[in-house]
Design a protein around this ligand. Sequence first.
Ligand SMILES: [Zn+2]
Length: 283
Amino acid sequence: MDIAEDKAGNRAGEIAMDSPSCTPSCTPSCNSVVSSAALPVAIESLPLYSADEAFRGCYKAVVVAPHPDDETLGCGGAIALLRQRNIPVHVLIMSDGTQSHPRSKQYPADRLRALRESEAIAALRLLHGLPSEVTFFRWPDTAVPHPGDQHFARAVAQCDRALQYHAPNLIFLPWQHDQHCDHQASYQIVHHCLNSWPMPPRQLAYAVWGSRTAGLPALPTGETGWRLDISTVKALKYQAAMAHKSQTTCLIQDDLSGFRLTPTMLNNLIQPWETYLEILGQS
Ligand SMILES: [Zn+2]
């Protein structure tokens, strides 16, 4: 969903400057990822790993997506590569996605929600995912609960139940400083879930709105990152992104304020690699 719709987008704080340290739960790639220092690090200079290298030891993954489309835009390549290796991937979609076209008469909220959920399922099929392996939490778009909100504890409990049930040893979650309130809230919900786990799984953050034109232009200060080689499934990721027709085409024509992923955004999000930030040293 468009960052222009981010009614509460100014919740975004300044980028944290803490320097995480490596933990024993990291994969071997942890020793050769790049941590940014004072100067920005170009994404293209980050180490590039194959799925076999990056996901060694992974037996179950969960992707946390703030909106229906983030699973594809952020992690579509990883999903396809994991599924090609018969590794189960479950997708948790936090919001109902109904604020992408809030003024459409043709697609009122219920119809738009159903459309966006069907698009997410179609995209996951293209990525070799299973339609049964997606859960829609249906929090109101642009109102996924933040810490301190009335429903935050319920959102954490709901997410925790799902994570406990699926018991992944790898979780993909939004970058905590993504420039969208729902992305930040989704990170906080997962973070609060895992805080109570004695042995939290490995966590990889992905940025969809690392800039206003989407993607992550450089490794943010204080972050540790690397790239996943998705060149063999880049075309699949593009097809999956285009399966989100409400976001990528003029399917919904009666809301001039409606969101649409521009070619520039898609180009920034669909590269031969995906960039992941290691969340290290849980606190
Ligand atoms: Zn989103």
